[in-house]
Write a protein that binds this ligand. Structure first.
Ligand code: A3P
Length: 331
């Protein structure tokens, strides 16, 4: 596997322009690498991460296919990991001042910041509490992660997956907003076109079901290393999902914290309504110039019913079922 990944990265380094190209899903051109469609502009960063990323020993990587609940996962993980320094009740909590994506970065977006890092540079003496786990995020498929993450001790990964049909709907809305920000004309990019491309796997990170399947299989092989969560379960029982995350990150809620309602306070702080009501998320913009409000839309399960006919839904379900059959994963 290592040789295989190294091979792919050599291709990225020297021959990215020879990889298959997809330009029909705005706003980015995509290139196919190792069976997945990736934004062309990210390929050099991915190659750089392969060469020099070193995960912190206590690090946690939040992984997801785009539009699967990443912003929520980032907010919850950040709030849980940093609750000693920033209790969720703080009026000045970082999540009340910054978008979740500014609290937990995608490591492929700014690889220079995240290569060679083995700790936060925080000196710890025996009397101090341990530093919080270093949390980063990625949309990269499991098979394209730097091997220092996936091999040996690597670092822990929390993956969130979502019903592909809702993921597609969310992705289509988001892509139109992102295209408008980048002054790319996506006015004619209809949902039906997005549906066809998605069914063919031709969108960022696609095929979506393969992205999910790789992390699912990794979580089955190494449950202590990869925690697999579902957006729909998180909607039903967010506090229970948060407790699982905290335990997995090595910072479980103590009995006194439970008695004080800390987990519930984090869930509340990270809820869609709370985050979207904040000034930073109503009027702020992200590093790409995209309005932060674009990350918060409906946040429900089943919105696909407002966009797809039953026949379309059945077609996508069948593609996903066929591709995941025998894996134990049901999407
Ligand atoms: P919808 O477009 O279906 O509403 P990502 O964060 O991976 O980009 O995913 C975005 C999706 O997560 C959007 O879905 C968005 O509304 C939803 N979302 C964002 N923040 C959320 C939160 N705090 N709780 C639940 N869902 C959230």
């Amino acid at each position: 596997r290592d040789a295989d990944v190294d091979d792919k990265m050599t291709i990225v380094g020297h021959r990215a322009a020879s990889l298959p190209l997809e330009t029909r899903w705005p706003p980015f051109p995509l290139r196919r690498l190792g069976g997945f469609w990736m934004p062309e502009s990210l390929l050099p960063a991915v190659a750089a991460l392969h060469t020099s990323f070193a995960p912190a020993p206590d690090g946690v990587l939040l992984a997801s296919f785009p539009k699967s609940g990443t912003s929520w996962l980032k907010a919850l993980a950040f709030a849980a990991a940093n609750r000693a320094a920033h209790p969720p009740s703080d009026a000045d909590h970082p999540l009340r001042r910054r978008n979740p994506h500014d609290c937990v970065e995608f490591f492929e977006m700014r690889p220079d910041e995240h290569t060679g890092a083995t700790s936060d540079g925080i000196a710890v003496d025996a009397a101090s509490p341990p530093p919080p786990p270093r949390v980063l995020a990625t949309h990269l498929p499991y098979s394209l992660l730097p091997k220092r993450i996936t091999a040996g001790d690597g670092c822990r990964i929390i993956y969130i997956c979502r019903d592909p049909k809702d993921t597609l709907v969310s992705f289509w809305h988001f892509s139109k907003k992102m295209a408008a920000t980048m002054a790319v004309d996506a006015g004619a990019f209809t949902f039906d076109e997005a549906f066809e491309l998605f069914c063919d796997g031709n969108c960022t990170g696609g095929p979506q079901w393969r992205h999910v399947l790789e992390y699912w299989e990794a979580s089955r092989r190494c449950p202590g290393k990869v925690l697999f969560l579902r957006y729909e379960d998180m909607l039903r029982r967010p506090a229970s999902g948060l407790r699982k995350m905290a335990e997995f990150m090595g910072c479980p809620f103590a009995a006194a914290e439970e008695a004080a309602g800390v987990a519930d306070a984090i869930v509340e702080l990270c809820s869609l309504d709370e985050l979207r009501s904040l000034e930073v998320n109503r009027n702020g913009t992200d590093v790409l110039g995209l309005k932060n409000e674009s990350y918060f839309r409906k946040g429900v399960a089943g919105d696909w019913r407002n966009h797809m006919t039953p026949a379309m839904a059945a077609r996508l379900d069948k593609i996903v079922d066929d591709a995941t059959r025998g894996s134990g994963l049901s999407l």
